[in-house]
Ligand binder design. Structure first.
Ligand code: SF4
Ligand code: FE
Length: 482
C-alpha cells in the first residue's frame, strides 16, 4: 500500500489541485483549512493502526484480486466474516473520532458495482467488470480514498430525470467521444468529498428506457478538469476558526460534505462502469443502499459509545450519577445503541454470495438497521441533553475562562463536584453541545436520518422485501382458515 500512514495520507491531499470554495472564497489547500482539517483527521484514522488490539485485523485484510495486504476500505467482501468485520471496524472508528470518518461510501460503492458490473456483462456483453477490477487493484495498491457519489441534486422531485427543465440536475452523459464520455451535473451532500483522491459516481435512482444518458457510473481523480467543490456549512462550524479547542467540543475530528459540480468532465473509457444500461442502474442503487444501511449499524454505534460515556461523565461531574432516573436513562441509551449494533451484525451474518463471487448483506435486515438509525440516535441525543442540563447551551465561551476579569467567577460558579476541575466539566458540556446541536449533530443526527437514504426509502424497501403473503399463509394455517 503506497499510502501507509495518517501523515502520508494527509500530505497526499496537498497534491490535489482542485477548484474548492469555502465560505465564498477559493481554498487552495483544504487540509490546512481549520474548518476542514478535523474532517481530514477523521479520515486519517482509517490509516492508523491505533491502540485497539483488534485494529490491525479490522483495518487491513488481504486482497482477493492480488493476495496483497490492503485497507478494508478498498476490499470486496468475501464472506460473512468480512461483512461483520466491516461493521466492527466502523464501530471502532466511530469510537475513536465521535464523527463520520467518511471513507465508507466509496467502499460500499465498489461492493455494489462489483456484482452489478458482473451481471451487466452477462446480460449485455459489456466489459465493465474487468475494468472495475483493474481500477480496484490500483486503488488497493495506492490505498487512496475514494468518495462514493450517488445523490443527484434532483431539481423538481415530481419529474423524472429526462423531464426536468434543466437536465443537469441529474448527472448525465452530454457527449460520447473517442476514448470516453463527457459528463455534466452535480452531486449533493458528498461526504468526505474534499478528503478524497478519487470520485466514484453512481446513478441516483433506477433509470428507465429513454433515460440512457443518466444511467452512468464512472471513477475519476478528484482533481479532474471541470470539477468544482463547494463546502457545505454546519452549525457553529466557524468556531473552528476562533483558535481555541474548548468551544469546538470535538476539536480533533469532524465530518464534511460538499456540493460537487461536474461541468463537462471527460471520463476515459477504462474508468466507465455503466454507460446507458438502464436495467442495471436500480441494482446499483439498491445494493449500495443496503451496504451503507449496514454501515450505520457500526459507525453510529461507535459514536453512540462516546455519547453514552459523555452522559455518564456529565452526571458524575455534577453529582447526579447515582440518581436512579439518571441510571435508567443511561441504561436506555445503551439499550438503543446496542440494538443498532445488533441490526448491523444481523444483516452481515445473514449475508449471501452473489454470482460475481462477492458477498452482499441481507437487504431486509440492513433496511431495518437504517430505519432504526433514523430514530434511535435522536432519542439517545435527547436523553443526553436531559442528563446534561441547560448548561449545554448557556455556557460562556472559552475566552471568558481566559479573561482574568471573569475566570475566577466561572471557576467558582460553574463548578460541580469537588475534585473535578470546572474546565473538565465545561469540556464535556461543549462536547455534548457539539454532538446534539453543533457540527457533530450533522454527523450524528442529520446523517442518521438522511444518510444512505431518508426513512421513506427504507420503508419502501422493507415493504417490498418482507414477504407479507407468506405471513398471511402462516396466520391462516394456525387459525385453521382454508
Ligand atoms: Fe462511514 Fe458512517 Fe460516515 Fe457513512 S456515515 S461514511 S458509514 S462513518
Ligand atoms: Fe453517511
Amino acid at each position: 500500500m503506497k499510502l501507509s500512514s495518517p501523515e502520508a495520507y494527509l500530505d497526499s491531499l496537498k497534491d490535489l489541485e482542485r477548484d474548492v470554495f469555502v465560505l465564498g472564497e477559493r481554498c487552495s489547500c483544504t487540509v490546512e483549512h481549520p474548518m476542514i482539517r478535523p474532517s481530514a483527521n477523521a479520515v486519517s484514522e482509517s490509516y492508523d493502526i491505533g491502540e485497539e488490539p483488534e485494529a490491525e485485523d479490522l483495518l487491513f485484510t488481504t486482497s482477493h484480486l492480488t493476495g496483497r495486504k490492503i485497507s478494508r476500505f478498498t476490499h470486496i467482501h468475501q464472506g460473512t466474516e468480512d461483512l461483520v468485520d466491516k461493521v466492527l471496524m466502523q464501530r471502532m472508528l466511530g469510537r475513536r473520532t465521535a464523527t463520520c470518518f467518511q471513507r465508507c461510501v466509496g467502499m460500499d460503492g465498489f461492493n455494489a458495482l462489483y456484482s452489478v458490473t458482473y451481471e451487466c456483462d452477462q446480460a449485455h456483453g459489456t466489459g465493465y467488470h474487468g475494468r472495475l477490477k483493474d481500477y480496484l487493484e490500483w486503488v488497493q495498491d495506492e490505498n487512496v480514498v475514494v468518495e462514493g457519489a450517488m445523490t443527484d441534486v434532483k431539481g423538481d422531485r415530481s419529474l423524472r430525470p429526462g423531464e426536468q427543465p434543466d437536465p443537469d440536475v441529474f448527472v448525465h452523459i452530454v457527449e460520447r467521444v473517442p476514448g470516453g464520455i463527457v459528463v455534466r451535473g452535480a452531486k449533493a451532500h458528498q461526504t468526505g468529498a474534499l478528503n478524497s483522491h478519487e470520485i466514484l459516481v453512481m446513478p441516483t435512482t433506477a433509470m428507465r428506457e429513454g433515460e440512457e444518458d443518466f444511467a452512468v457510473s464512472f471513477a475519476i481523480p478528484a482533481d479532474s478538469k471541470g470539477i468544482t467543490f463547494v463546502l457545505g456549512r454546519q452549525p457553529s462550524d466557524t468556531r473552528k476558526m476562533e483558535g481555541g479547542p474548548l468551544d469546538v467540543g470535538n476539536p480533533g475530528y469532524g465530518s464534511q460534505e460538499a456540493l460537487v459540480i461536474f461541468e463537462d468532465v471527460f471520463v476515459p473509457e477504462e474508468r466507465v462502469f455503466m454507460c446507458g444500461e438502464v436495467d442495471q442502474s436500480g441494482k446499483v442503487v439498491e445494493r449500495f443502499a443496503s451496504f451503507h444501511r449496514q454501515s450505520y449499524g457500526g459507525c453510529k454505534v461507535g459514536v453512540g459509545d462516546v455519547i453514552i460515556g459523555a452522559a455518564q461523565l456529565a452526571a458524575e461531574y455534577q453529582g447526579a450519577a447515582r440518581a436512579s432516573h439518571v441510571r435508567d436513562k443511561i441504561t436506555e441509551m445503551i439499550h438503543l445503541n446496542e440494538t443498532l449494533f445488533c441490526c448491523g451484525i444481523a444483516c452481515s451474518s445473514r449475508g449471501h454470495e452473489m454470482p460475481a463471487g462477492n458477498w452482499d448483506v441481507d437487504a431486509l435486515l440492513a433496511n431495518i438497521c437504517k430505519l432504526n438509525v433514523t430514530r434511535f440516535p435522536f432519542e439517545i441525543a435527547r436523553l443526553l441533553q436531559d442528563i446534561a442540563g441547560g448548561l449545554v447551551v448557556t455556557m460562556p465561551s472559552e475566552k471568558d475562562f481566559a479573561n482574568p476579569e471573569t475566570a475566577a467567577y466561572l471557576e467558582k460558579y460553574l463548578k460541580g463536584v469537588e475534585g473535578v476541575p470546572t474546565l473538565d466539566r465545561m469540556k464535556i458540556m461543549k462536547f455534548i453541545e457539539n454532538m446534539t446541536v453543533g457540527c457533530g449533530a450533522a454527523a450524528y443526527l442529520t446523517e442518521s436520518i438522511h444518510g444512505a437514504g431518508s426513512p421513506q426509502a427504507q420503508r419502501i424497501m422493507i415493504s417490498r422485501l418482507a414477504d407479507i403473503g407468506e405471513k398471511v399463509a402462516l396466520a391462516k394455517k394456525i387459525a385453521g382458515i382454508e
